[in-house]
Design a protein around this ligand. Structure first.
Ligand SMILES: Cc1cc2nc3c(=O)[nH]c(=O)nc-3n(C[C@H](O)[C@H](O)[C@H](O)COP(=O)(O)OP(=O)(O)OC[C@H]3O[C@@H](n4cnc5c(N)ncnc54)[C@H](O)[C@@H]3O)c2cc1C
Length: 427
């Protein structure tokens, strides 16, 4: 399969997620021939999954705060956001006929909260713009002459393009296509890739009861796994950062949910450094320690401790079960110890859950390998975008926004490179 007969500058995009599709749109709009290859039978599968729990497309906070969410990678991501940030993204979504709204948390969602209507309209527009799609084409590396190699249902093929843009995603939810199998391919081409690690993920707890090295007691796991811990705050025990309010969830062997995801980069780094990370959970954030102490010490008469805590401090259900799990029995009747535990329950995490379960991955192709247009310095004509690059961000729409923005940015890099050095300088 070769397009050498065509006179148009020809770009091969490998990976049809948000980053690859945004690149395809930008390049097709500039009149280039665009071929999108994807290993899966259809494109945008992770995007569709992201829409299942309510597609959080971006966030409405001011751009400076928004850019701060990318941590150490802010210098690399910020120019892309300045060119195509949250407002531009919202306008783009609305241009596809899908209205958006800002939720109470400042997060931005499409009207129906789903990705499917958006993806449907987008793919129709891309096809109309002349983008060619090649599903079931798994990229496996480069042939000796530099052309791209794919496995397809019809057997292996090679494909030659004037420029290549890789947007292969991270390494979670492999069954949706982004399996990280590209890491050794880029490493074999001499490119530095930071190991992929789970981000925005759940963690396994060190067994508070000591029944096993890790995980909750059978009682807690069987009765409370999957239940939300609402209205709590979390902070790392030895961290000066203020406690974060929100919601977490008890999993079968630890904790997950938005509050845990928000702290996941720090927790992961702490576990890598110390072998564990201790969280302090405030189960009654609306009340001061003194007030909780006074409430707990209030005479409870014939009432059980559980009904006493429920009526005086609002601790019940999964919160009460967690308290019992993490506190030794001797502390329960001691008001000062009980109140201290309610306000700062220690929960020690020892490992992230497997990468395949994570919402996103940290690590990826290092920015040092790329120029300011996201072109690989050592391979002129090869560009990369999206989650496969070495950045991470919390949930809140920051992941998708940077994927869209980097796809567009890399595509503009292709255009600049083509204008600067002509089509004969092919990779
Ligand atoms: C459950 C879940 C919920 C999420 N919710 C949100 C959310 O609400 N908001 C948000 O901002 N983010 C969310 N995300 C994250 C977001 O979906 C991803 O960050 C985003 O899809 C990454 O875009 P991408 O284009 O870089 O890669 P991907 O979307 O992963 O696309 C990569 C594509 O490359 C293809 N590919 C990979 N290897 C090859 C190969 N060798 N050959 C050919 N094709 C290949 C894959 O098949 C895939 O189609 C969520 C993720 C998950 C898992």
């Amino acid at each position: 399969m070769s397009d050498s007969a065509s006179s148009a500058f020809h770009v091969a995009i490998v990976g049809g997620g948000p980053a690859g599709l945004m690149a395809a749109e930008t390049l097709a709009a500039a009149g280039l021939r665009v071929d999108v290859f994807d290993a899966m039978p259809s494109v945008g599968r992770k995007f569709l999954l992201a829409g299942r729990g309510g597609l959080n497309i971006t966030h409405s906070e001011p751009l400076a705060a928004f850019a701060g969410r990318y941590g150490d990678r802010r210098p690399q991501i910020e120019p892309m956001l300045a060119a195509f940030g949250p407002d531009a993204l919202r306008a783009w979504v609305e241009g596809l006929g899908v209205s958006t709204f800002v939720g109470s948390s400042g997060r931005v969602f499409p009207a129906e909260m789903k990705a499917a209507p958006l993806l449907r309209a987008w793919l129709a527009r891309l096809r109309e713009a002349g983008v060619h799609f090649h599903p079931r084409h798994r990229w496996t590396g480069w042939a000796a002459d530099g052309s791209l190699q794919f496995t397809t249902p019809a057997g292996p093929i090679t494909h030659r393009a004037d420029a290549t843009l890789l947007a292969l995603g991270g390494g979670s939810w492999a069954k949706l296509g982004s399996d990280g199998a590209w890491v050794p391919l880029l490493a074999a081409a001499g490119l530095a890739v930071a190991p992929l690690q789970p981000a925005n993920c759940g963690f396994v707890v060190a067994s508070p009861r000591g029944e096993a090295p890790t995980g909750w007691s059978q009682h807690l796991a069987s009765r409370f796994a999957g239940q939300p811990l609402k209205s709590i705050t979390l902070r790392l025990a030895d961290d000066s950062a203020p406690a974060r309010p929100g919601e977490a969830m008890l999993s079968a062997d630890g904790l997950e949910g938005s509050l845990v995801y928000a702290l996941s980069a720090t927790i992961r780094e702490r576990i890598a450094r110390d072998g564990h990370a201790t969280l302090r959970v405030d189960l009654a954030p609306g009340r001061s320690l003194e007030r909780v102490q006074a409430e707990v010490a209030h005479p409870r008469g014939a009432r059980s401790l559980a009904s006493h805590l429920q009526s005086r401090v609002g601790i019940a259900g999964v919160k009460m079960a967690l308290l019992r799990e993490c506190l030794d029995a001797a502390a329960l009747p001691a008001p000062a110890r009980l109140a201290a535990a309610i306000k700062a329950l220690p929960v020690t995490l020892v490992a992230p859950r497997p990468i395949d379960e994570a919402i996103s991955t940290a690590g990826g192709l290092r920015f040092e390998e790329l120029d300011e247009h996201l072109m690989v310095r050592s391979h002129p004509g090869l560009f990369c975008a999206g989650e496969m690059l070495d950045w991470e961000a919390p949930t809140g729409g920051y992941l998708l926004t940077a994927c869209f923005a980097s796809g567009r940015w890399a595509a503009q890099g292709v255009l600049a490179w083509r204008a600067g050095c002509g089509r004969e300088d092919t990779y």
